[in-house]
Design a protein. Structure first.
Length: 289
């Protein structure tokens, strides 16, 4: 039986474990679950599925953990598709819809992004590790890979060291698969970076207004403006790091229902998205009929 390997890279537990139980119910012969928790002693959901070789993780440094998940899941020859999941994800389409799409298409889903100047200089070019890959791509940090691509990753363990040693290597490490074949630039998991870009723009607009006031301000007001600018700079850094964290599902419900991805993040524990989950699933089921 063809199976999907769900690779959970989590802090301790998924935010909505009962929701995930409902998602998997009735499909036990079509999936396997693998867990890589940062704090395994605090894990209570499917504790027996914790993999043996856990790696230290922190923001921007998760590729070693990813590889341990891939390697463990690859041991099962029935695992043909490998999907990375975080604790704040939820499924927004049924398991059947996902399974049907994967088995009929048989492609990796790797959402490709442009490599901007900052990425080239501060991350790729600044990394002294050798050997350097010849080609680079930037991609979403969550993906679905077919078995042959996971096999290639495992074979290129030495080349992956470049990405293990760089910040946010999880957005570049699939470069070792280049030139890419049998893939679609599709986000298996949706991150609301559009919200982040809008928030960054608002902060830039506020900074611009403050700079305009600065030249004509007296010394006392200049100090006040500098303080506000420093705070805005910190806010900009904080906002830039992550996509939108959803705390009020109602604000995003229509967007979630119309999203073409199979998973959606980042939901806080306080979002109570589980109360709306059946409504979300039903909306996608009707849309995809």
């Amino acid at each position: 039986m063809i199976k999907i390997a769900f690779l959970f890279l989590i802090i301790d537990n998924p935010h909505f474990p009962k929701l995930w139980d409902s998602y998997f119910r009735g499909h036990k012969d079509k999936y396997n679950i693998y867990l890589h928790p940062k704090y395994p002693d605090k894990t209570t959901w499917k504790k027996k599925n914790i993999i043996q070789n856990l790696q230290p993780t922190e923001w921007g440094f998760i590729t070693r953990a990813y590889m341990e998940l891939f390697k463990e899941a690859y041991k099962d020859p029935d695992n043909m598709y490998f999907i990375t999941i975080s604790e704040s994800d939820i499924p927004i389409q049924t398991f059947h819809q996902l399974y049907n799409k994967l088995t009929h298409q048989n492609k990796s889903w790797i959402k490709i992004m442009p490599i901007h100047y900052y990425n080239k200089t501060a991350r790729l070019n600044a990394n002294p590790y050798q050997p350097r890959p010849k080609l680079f791509i930037k991609h979403y940090a969550r993906m679905q890979l077919i078995r042959k691509h996971v096999s290639t990753l495992i074979q290129k363990e030495k080349e992956l060291e470049f990405f293990h040693t760089m910040h946010v290597g999880d957005e570049f490490f699939l470069s070792v698969l280049c030139p890419l074949h049998d893939y679609e630039s599709f986000p298996v998991t949706y991150d609301d970076w559009e919200y982040t870009e809008n928030e960054k723009k608002k902060i830039k607009d506020e900074k611009r207004k403050l700079y305009e006031l600065f030249d004509n301000a007296n010394q006392k007001n200049k100090l006040v403006i500098k303080g506000k600018l420093n705070k805005l700079n910190e806010d900009y850094k904080r906002v830039s790091r992550n996509p939108k964290t959803i705390t009020n599902v109602i604000e995003d419900l229509d967007k979630i229902k119309s999203c073409s991805s199979f998973f959606y993040r980042k939901f806080s524990k306080e979002s109570f998205v589980d109360k709306y989950w059946k409504e979300i699933i039903n909306a996608h089921s009707i849309y995809n009929k």
